[in-house]
Design a binder for this molecule. Structure first.
Ligand code: MN
Length: 242
């Protein structure tokens, strides 16, 4: 773990190598549905990754209209903009995650960071939900939630409250830092990838994620996300061994 300013910066592969499981874990990760598979696409031009379910799959909690706009217009635009911005630059050979890390916090690369991070965050978000999801996880993840937050009800309240209180546009995250879990907020295109944290789960709280279905009631959207949409199997697959 390198220290950069006040932030712990972890190179994911170096981290896994240190654990002696880099190759196996990476291969497993890239072969599965984990959105880190995005990195396996290699360099630009990036493609809009397929939705892991039909655009109707999350009805009635998230409508097909929302999916059509959110995935088909917003996410698609981030990928298109990213490809346009990368063309002819020194980032042309980089993976999506490398572009995000290299441009984070750089004033001159703000547009590139925003579009790359939004492309990554949205794919992670689609996988963070599933039809028939929600409720509480089980196994190792539930144990870690108990250890880190003092029980399921505490975690559920804290995660919901954190997502609710992000001022303006952003993302609510459950992340792993070593053997502990944490709840973090990011603003706009922010992503915990650049803070050396391992994302497990995210909720998009930009208004475009819920306005067509829930109008200004972000709280209602968070409630249905927790009760009916969270894909805990996905979150568990993202756990790194400790
Ligand atoms: Mn969004």
């Amino acid at each position: 773990m390198k220290k950069k300013g006040n932030q712990h910066v972890v190179d994911r592969r170096a981290f896994m190598k240190k654990l002696g499981m880099g190759g196996a874990f990476l291969a497993l990760n890239l072969a599965g549905i984990a959105p880190r598979a995005l990195a396996s696409d290699g360099a630009a031009p990036f493609r809009l990754p397929p939705l892991p379910y039909s655009p109707r799959a999350l009805v009635p909690y998230i409508s097909q209209a929302t999916m059509n706009f959110h995935y088909g217009r917003h996410h698609d635009a981030y990928v298109s903009n990213l490809n346009r911005l990368v063309r002819g630059t020194g980032f042309a050979g980089d993976s999506l995650e490398d572009i995000i890390r290299k441009t984070a916090g750089k004033k001159d690369e703000k547009a590139l960071f925003n579009n790359a991070a939004q492309a990554w965050n949205h794919n992670f978000y689609w996988h963070s939900m599933k039809r028939g999801g929600g409720g509480r996880p089980s196994g190792r993840l539930l144990q870690m939630i108990d250890d880190s937050f003092g029980g399921w009800p505490n975690f559920k309240d804290a995660f919901s409250q954190s997502a609710l209180t992000i001022f303006g546009s952003g993302w609510g995250w459950l992340v792993q830092e070593d053997s502990k879990l944490r709840i973090v907020q990011t603003r706009n295109a922010g992503t915990p990838l650049v803070d050396g944290l391992n994302p497990l789960l995210t909720i998009d709280v930009w208004e475009h994620a819920y306005y067509l279905d829930h109008k200004n009631m972000r709280k209602d959207y968070i409630t249905v996300f927790m009760n009916h949409l969270v894909n805990w199997e996905f979150a568990e697959k993202n756990l790194l061994p400790v």
